[in-house]
Ligand binder design. Structure first.
Ligand SMILES: Nc1ncnc2c1ncn2[C@@H]1O[C@H](COP(=O)(O)OP(=O)(O)OP(=O)(O)O)[C@@H](O)[C@H]1O
Length: 232
């Protein structure tokens, strides 16, 4: 298994109040799979993504990614892990407005040891003719393509996406999901998409259902739908 999450717990303390954002969650995922984390607002989806991405430390439990036990890592190792192993895609793209499309992607070319060529990756996400444009000239769907190209350019093993289609209409969202699925198939990336949209889960290989920080169900989808079969 590429990812093994064992009995993880994450508590946040604010003053005297302790919130268990995740409680005793365990699952594993194979490499090259397309996975969805599904749950209502406040259920712990982003917390789970942050834990997998090495953004913060667990309260209890263990997370293994590849051969690395990331839950045991100190700050420096975690920074290295985030840099080399993880690509992040966010709902609102996080593109730098003063850099053109090519420059936004080229920024990360030096982070990975076996990075892809920025131009090649931009072509593969359908932005060959937009490289010299600035973000202000692009549509939401195109901006999300830039952010996927940037996430994938350093050749990370794991692509973590927080509501990547949340700001897009259904048709554009489908295109973006197809692109993320292609990343799993074509580049063997393990992709995890967080969403509260149950329709999106129908195309996933595995669905991690969480509610109130607890894993309600780990659903293995033996025949995931094609992306053009869904709409929301
Ligand atoms: N840094 C933090 N400090 C304190 N509480 C937090 C922190 N981050 C998250 N929480 C709490 O942990 C719980 C889970 O939050 P999380 O953001 O993971 O949920 P979510 O499922 O991603 O929600 P949404 O879909 O609304 O983004 C919530 O009760 C939230 O208020």
């Amino acid at each position: 298994m590429f990812i093994e999450v064992r009995n993880i717990k994450k508590e946040y303390k604010t003053g005297n109040v302790t919130t268990a954002a995740l409680d005793n969650v365990s699952f594993s995922l194979e490499e090259g799979t397309f996975n969805v984390v599904l749950g209502p607002s406040g259920s712990g989806k982003t917390t789970l993504l942050n834990m997998l991405g090495g953004m913060d430390w667990l309260t209890e439990g263990e997370i293994k990614v590849g051969s690395a036990i990331i839950s045991k890592m100190k700050e420096r190792e975690l920074t290295n892990y985030r840099r080399k192993t993880i690509g992040f895609v966010f709902q609102f793209y996080n593109i730098i407005p003063s850099l053109n499309v090519f420059e936004n992607v080229q920024l990360v070319e030096n982070l990975g040891e076996e990075s892809f060529d920025a131009k090649e990756i931009l072509s593969s996400v359908g932005l060959k003719n937009r490289m010299q444009n600035f973000p202000q000239d692009l549509s939401g769907g195109e901006l999300q393509r830039v952010s996927i190209a940037r996430a994938i350019c350093k050749n990370p093993q794991l692509l973590l996406c927080d509501e990547p289609t949340g700001a897009l209409d259904s048709k554009t969202g489908q295109n973006i999901l197809q692109l993320l699925k292609d990343m799993a198939i074509k580049y063997k990336k393990t992709v995890i998409v967080v969403t509260h949209n149950a329709t999106i889960a129908e195309v996933a290989d595995n669905v991690i259902h969480i509610k109130d920080g607890i894993l309600e169900n780990f659903e293995v989808n033996s025949s995931p739908k094609q992306i053009d079969e869904i709409a929301w």
